[in-house]
Ligand binder design. Structure first.
Ligand SMILES: [Fe+2]
Length: 187
């Protein structure tokens, strides 16, 4: 049996990267707040679990490539988490673009980006949560990343290329919430 997702994230991030742990807990709350959008309990579990696990690849305990999304997915696969959860982590928030910039696209390609409402909801949760775990909007979030890393950094190049896809995933999720009469959950 696999351990509880939140326990895995806490073990890897809480001591080593406390700010990242705050962010991850915020993303987890954000994902849980809109989980009602999904009727299927497994979809809800996938969304909430991938939210708390999406950034574990930053942990120095498991980081091995320069791509945290890939390192997180490899670790989760190795400890027995389901393929679909690993793929959501591998491809979260447009990681494909960063993989291409870092020459790691082939490594990432063993997982598929499922391009589903659950995947969009995970991206929405990540892109509307600050590094300290507070609620923000996607435009402020992208701006903060650009400022934090600076013009020259590959992360800034990546986030600028990914902007359109990230905003689209956020907007699709907010439209789904509107259609379901659940917009109030996203505040
Ligand atoms: Fe994140």
């Amino acid at each position: 049996m696999t351990p509880a997702p939140k326990d895995v994230a806490e073990k890897l991030l809480a001591m080593e990267l406390p700010r990242r742990w705050l962010h991850v807990q915020g993303v987890g709350r954000r994902a849980a707040s809109i989980a009602l959008l999904f009727d299927d309990p497994h979809e809800r579990w996938l969304l909430k679990s991938s939210a708390v696990l999406h950034d574990i690849g930053y942990s120095p305990m498991i980081a091995s490539t320069e791509l945290h999304a890939l390192d997180g997915a490899i670790y989760l696969r190795d400890i027995g988490f389901p393929q679909r959860l690993c793929a959501l982590v591998a491809h979260h928030s447009c990681a494909q673009f960063e993989a291409e910039l870092r020459g790691l696209a082939e490594d990432l390609s063993c997982w598929q980006d499922e391009r589903t409402p659950v995947r969009d909801a995970l991206w929405w949760a990540d892109m509307t949560t600050t590094p300290d775990g507070k609620v923000t909007d996607v435009h402020a979030r992208i701006h903060e990343i650009e400022e934090r890393y600076g013009d020259e950094d590959v992360v800034t190049v990546f986030i600028r290329r990914a902007r359109r896809e990230l905003v689209a995933a956020v907007e699709r999720t907010e439209e789904r919430l509107r259609m379901a009469g659940l917009s109030h959950l996203a505040k």
